[in-house]
Design a protein around this ligand. Sequence first.
Ligand SMILES: [Zn+2]
Length: 324
Amino acid sequence: MTMPTRGGLWALVFVMILLPQAVPAGSTGAVAPADYAMTPEAVAPSVYAVMTPARDFPSRENLGWNANMAFVVTGDGVLVFDTGSSETMGVALREAIAGVTDEPVRWIVNSHSHGDHWLGNAAFADEEPEIMAGSASIARMEAEGEGWVENFREMTEGATGDTTLRLPDTAVDERITRDLGGTEVVIIPSGGAHSPGDLSVWLPQARVLLAGDVVYSDRAPSVWDGDVARWIELLDELIALEPAVVVPGHGRLEDARTLDRLQRYLVTLWAAIEEGVEQGLADFETVPLVRERMGELVDDYPGFDDKIDRSVATTYPDVEAAVF
Ligand SMILES: [Zn+2]
């Protein structure tokens, strides 16, 4: 950013003085933490989900809150899973946690690098939590963080406001089990299923899976940044855990059936594209075939029509490479 000239600076001051009168309250500008109605939902003893009612992309209407979050009260500090799309949203989450426990936030897991899952990290800075993410995610956050802040500011017409980036400090690239305040926590890398460096958290004692975006329910999955073949395999691994509760990155609270359903969706996507490749169709010509093969599966995934062109375009080359 270049420094404004003296004239430019005065123009800026002038605009700032005028702005409150010129713009009706509530139509633009950053929102406050209290504007987010975050209600922690106990899904097992000491495990809370903070579910967004939104099913779309960040917008003025949803104030940029479109991804779910969760936390675990261990007795020796709180583990937070994902922190939202902005620092303000992180403050809202922190306040929601404070309504449940006095314990400080000592650990954060960021499921991946997409901005709706980690930009709230800065809200917890003074508690100095250890922040974990996949190393591929950390590299992306470093390169793309400011871009996400800017994107969300535009998409929400300013609602998400300004955010200080706070990057993770611990890379997790293999499945590990940690004892956090007496709670067994298994961190599961996806192998790039939904995006490079995704992590899920499995809580064996509570039988709760904090999935992040490797699970979508009640919303069409975003596959553009991932590896559909790997994702299908990963779902086998998650199904084998036999979770009682699944907290998806996007969508509603679920049980293990959501894993089978999503796997069916991805298997159908892959198989229909394979049919298209074998018939010599181009990627865009394969879209109607995918829609037909999906049949009623689409009913469980609102937003399908908005996402399917891109899903086919990004998956097609992988199918082609696998077929030939
Ligand atoms: Zn997401």
